[in-house]
Design a protein around this ligand. Sequence first.
Ligand SMILES: Nc1ncnc2c1ncn2[C@@H]1O[C@H](COP(=O)(O)OP(=O)(O)OP(=O)(O)O)[C@@H](O)[C@H]1O
Ligand SMILES: [Mg+2]
Length: 525
Amino acid sequence: MAHKVLLTMDDLEAAVRVNAAFEGALFETAMVSAQDDARAAVLREDPDLVVVTGGLHEATAARVLGTVRDGRVATLALLEPTETEPAAVAQRMGLTAALVKPVDPAEVVALGRRLIERKRLQERTGILGDHPSIQEVLIKIEQMAPVTSTVLVQGESGTGKELVARALHDLSPRRAGPFIAVNCAALPETLLESELFGHEKGSFTDAAERRLGRFEIADGGTIFLDEVGEMPPATQVKLLRVLEDREFYRVGGTAPIKVDVRVVAATNRPLKDEVLTGEVRSDLYYRLNVLSIFLPPLRDRRSDIPLLVRRFVHEFSRLHDRPFRGITPAALQMLVDAPWPGNVRQLRNLVESMVVLAPTSEIRPEDIPREIREQGRERLLPVKVPGVAREVAGQELTYIVQSLLDLRLQVEDLRRRLDEHPQRVEVIEVPRQASDAEVVLAGAGGGDEGERLRAMPGQVLYQPGMTMADVERAVIEAALKQTRGNRRKAADILGIGERTLYRKLKEYEQVSVDSGTGGDAQLEP
Ligand SMILES: Nc1ncnc2c1ncn2[C@@H]1O[C@H](COP(=O)(O)OP(=O)(O)OP(=O)(O)O)[C@@H](O)[C@H]1O
Ligand SMILES: [Mg+2]
């Protein structure tokens, strides 16, 4: 099917020349003039690419760009030579790309074709963003997908590492084969080894049957080793051997097994640092880091936030069947200014909660949880506007429900990762009183899958003002209290790996030491 291009006629001469070049290259084209209803034209033509030929700061351009703002359609503007900062203009206006006049029509067509193909790739992979760093990621994915070399994907939590791993698989010649994800932090050493490499019957006490490992199951496809930096040293040695020879032994096995598997590994923390601290073997690092992709934190590509917000609003308003007009400019600005430590995942979860909770069909500043609003405002303007009492209570409730939704999404995420480990923290109670709300995780009845987290009298696991990190810490403390400091059992109750628990405790110790409060008695085993 021919690609379709919609051109504005603000610069008639440029429009005619560029239009002819697109037609010559067998694109379908249409033009929109200042007299036309620009919005209707975009909706009617459903273009793959919009070319704004001039008058970028005028009404036609604004209406055309406004209609395609959720980033599905590529946009290219032809800027006047007098424009002093073309790159800044392109970012501010949410353009996919811009060229400065005079332009060569053939060049416009070549760039237009690339932009359309890139957008298609984004729709296919779900990796959204016009920021140069994301465009670079997409180019790398295109280059790396066809080959079998190992790829190391690095980036903070929630930046899209799993999305990239899946894209590498889906665009590869192995796409018909399996994509198998293993979280290396979720399992203790012995379980992880039998998970990865399988075991023979009777190889250890519980091994009643022979079991295939993930490497064997992934034969002909891709294995995604998530949080690879958390892998215990002995397993690292074995993984190194697989990477070198594509060959391994099942636990307790004597016959070598050969597989044809592509390895994609991911890590939240720079793997190089973990080599320096001795947690990761340097030879493994070099074996994993044959090709590498770095995903920038969201705060380093804020210009993508409007596009992501609009896309998520659209997605969740359809999912939850809540017709939504969108977001007000002031609310959007607050989201653009927020720090986003949880990156795209946090933004996505927040938009979902706002779509569910916003009382009108638009997200307004007051619909944004106070925490996010204030963090953004602090950076720009350290003034707190006093609110009306009733409104504050309403906001509090919004914030609680928002946090719970966040928690729910995190639990879902954990459940997905630990698909073979039964999830044990399940029931969340929300008291009706918003003002002095406390939220506890209550023990679910039934209790057929081992111990669950019980709320002790007076134990507060959530109250307004607590961040997700506070809630997590409180839940971990509660689990340790319940197991009288037994970390193995506590990790079990929480449905996380013991290593993850150790890491979190280490982080808390760090925070306590850094903030000069000394060790926290509740965290002592
Ligand atoms: N560029 C992006 N465009 C659209 N959605 C994105 C993008 N990056 C991440 N997401 C979304 O954010 C969420 C988190 O992404 P993902 O699970 O890939 O992150 P991650 O880096 O693997 O995080 P973690 O380290 O916590 O496992 C997912 O819902 C994903 O769809
Ligand atoms: Mg992940």
